[in-house]
Write a protein that binds this ligand. Structure first.
Ligand SMILES: Cc1cc2nc3c(=O)[nH]c(=O)nc-3n(C[C@H](O)[C@H](O)[C@H](O)COP(=O)(O)OP(=O)(O)OC[C@H]3O[C@@H](n4cnc5c(N)ncnc54)[C@H](O)[C@@H]3O)c2cc1C
Length: 525
């Protein structure tokens, strides 16, 4: 296992003479994928993330590893084919985090049933050898059996198809670990605040360690801007006044107890009242319901779900559920921002803006990658590093990530086992928990999480704050914000001992976590 100690990693950026081959700014899916690609080709690679890995959009997805049935309906065959191929690679390389999931589309007449069956047959064909299983038409009775809790009123039947489902933030952490194992350096809580230039060309970055406020000047042959919805901030540093490249589009999810639809299958609603799709997906023992597509003019690391979006998701889901859904049933609500590549003409509808990625090289040599989706992060990374090699005239090396097993990679027999997300680390996590009787205790009566996982997250997964643990190592904040708030004091105390922090750190951590968690709690009845 690679050394994840912060002191060691900070040491790696402390030599001002050192020139990195590739510096990646941003530790979401895109940046981590790019850093892993670069490191595994043998380049001296550094990745800097201003907050925690996947703190931005990459922890706030619908958790689908998918070709995108919706894009098929839009006729975007090339995009779907590419994503289906990447879906297959992800299942191969991270089977501990990605699983095959059956999705059911409810249909209300023969014609729709035939339409979706035909469309999904094309989806199956496009997946080729990497198919997750054939789609098929199913009867109303089978829908009722597979999706207990679904409203059967007016239902004709269903169409079943297969896609992938995953844990986004945990994949991000595992990508960071894999990158370290491939010889790269990755650091969270180091923010890039400036760009170094020589003769008009980018020659590195200025970065600040958020924990110590220490500033570093880091030399790099090429700098990659993989900052998601923040790409324009870096582009502005490079070229003040440049036209924005990204248009943020907010998507929210609510999380409710699985009692609303106690089953293993997911529900896909293909046409909501405003022409979008909505998913109800089982995830870590709860149901994840979303999403929306709301154009915004601003971006933030903690976007907040709008009341209209919450209302839309609840109203739409309720039509398909028999049990009454109230605000009190919502365990958590979270919002994420899609870094969609903005169209040339201004458009008010983000549904129409391209979901495929955009790779641009500025006159200064800054390489910017944006758009795309989690599923295609590897391909985006490959394209980005290929481009960076040309821009910086690095000695060429071929991409090898198709065959790199991601940290923890191991076939999992039971994805319902809460420790299955650790994959090949599972035994080591249990061994650590056994070292101290306190560490085998549960963190919360409603969750399986055990205290030793907090220690593991600090020692091996670069967790620095209570929020890092409760939001992205364990997914408690996303699953049940109230329960997460209740877990925070114990997590802070365990972390304080491990990180040798005092009581005031512990108190500040809990206060900060409670403040963030407020955005995930839904008030009212
Ligand atoms: C609601 C929603 C649902 C989605 N569902 C799916 C899905 O089911 N399946 C799928 O495949 N895709 C999905 N996506 C798309 C996918 O989540 C995104 O494409 C992907 O996460 C984008 O990753 P990113 O790395 O580009 O951006 P981010 O994850 O936002 O990462 C950018 C990072 O850059 C950092 N950063 C910014 N400025 C600086 C700086 N100056 N210095 C250092 N670091 C900096 C930020 O802190 C951030 O962590 C969804 C997106 C949304 C919004």
């Amino acid at each position: 296992m690679a050394n994840t100690q912060r002191e060691k990693l900070i040491e790696a950026i402390s030599n001002p003479e050192k020139t990195w081959d590739i510096i990646v700014v941003g530790g979401g899916a895109t940046g981590l994928g790019t850093a892993l690609d670069a490191a595994s080709r043998g380049y001296k690679t550094l990745l800097l993330e201003q907050s925690d890995f996947a703190k931005g959009t990459s922890s706030r997805s619908t958790k689908l590893v998918h070709g995108g049935v919706r894009y098929l309906a839009q006729g975007n065959i090339a995009l779907v084919k590419e994503a289906l191929y990447e879906r297959g690679l992800l299942l191969k390389n991270a089977p501990h985090l990605v699983k095959n999931e059956a999705f059911i589309i409810p249909v209300y007449n023969w014609w729709k049933s035939a339409f979706y069956t035909a469309g999904l047959k094309i989806y199956d064909l496009l997946a080729g050898k990497l198919s997750f299983g054939p789609s098929r038409r199913i009867s109303k009775e089978e829908v009722a059996e597979r999706l207990p809790g679904i409203n059967l009123k007016g239902l004709y039947g269903g169409v079943l198809y297969h896609d992938g489902q995953f844990d986004d933030a945990r994949l991000a952490i595992n990508l960071a670990q894999t990158c370290l194992e491939q010889g790269g350096t990755v650091l969270n809580y180091v923010r890039v605040t400036g760009l170094l230039k020589k003769g008009g060309k980018i020659s590195g970055v200025v970065a600040r360690d958020i924990e110590t406020n220490k500033v570093y000047q880091l030399l790099g042959k090429v700098v990659i801007n993989a900052t998601g919805v923040f790409v324009d901030d870096l582009l502005q540093l490079d070229e003040p006044g440049k036209k924005p490249l990204v248009r943020p589009s907010q998507g929210i999810h609510i999380v409710v107890d699985s009692s609303f639809m106690p089953c293993a299958d997911a529900l896909m609603i293909p046409e909501t009242d405003d022409g979008r799709v909505l998913f109800i997906v089982p995830w870590h023992g709860k149901l994840l319901i979303g999403t929306t597509d709301t154009p915004l003019n601003e971006h933030s690391l903690e976007p907040v779900a709008l009341e209209e979006e919450i209302g839309f998701v609840m109203r739409t889901a309720q039509k398909y559920l028999t049990k009454t859904l109230t605000r009190r049933d919502v365990r958590s609500v979270f919002a994420g921002l899609r870094p969609l590549a903005a169209p040339d003409e201004s458009s008010s509808s983000t549904k129409e803006i391209s979901r495929s990625h955009k790779l641009i090289v500025s006159e200064s040599g800054l390489v910017t990658i944006t758009g795309g989706k989690w599923t295609t992060y590897r391909k985006m990374a490959e394209d980005t590093v290929d481009k960076a090699i040309i821009v910086s005239k690095l000695p060429p090396a071929k991409c090898v990530t198709k065959d790199i097993a991601i940290h923890g990679s191991e076939e999992v027999r039971n994805h319902d086992d809460f420790l299955s997300v650790y994959g090949s680390d599972r035994a080591a996590v249990l061994k650590l928990c056994a070292e101290n009787p306190e560490w085998s205790k549960k963190l919360h009566p409603h969750f399986d999480y055990i205290r030793g996982e907090v220690i593991w997250a600090v020692r091996h997964e670069m967790a620095r704050t209570v929020e890092d643990v409760l939001a992205r190592r364990l997914r408690a904040l996303f699953l049940d914000a109230r329960a997460a708030v209740e877990m925070a004091p114990v997590v802070a105390s365990l972390m304080a001992k491990e990180l040798k922090r005092d009581h005031s750190w512990e108190e500040a951590q809990v206060a900060n976590f409670n403040y963030i968690a407020e955005g995930y709690l839904l008030m009212g009845s």
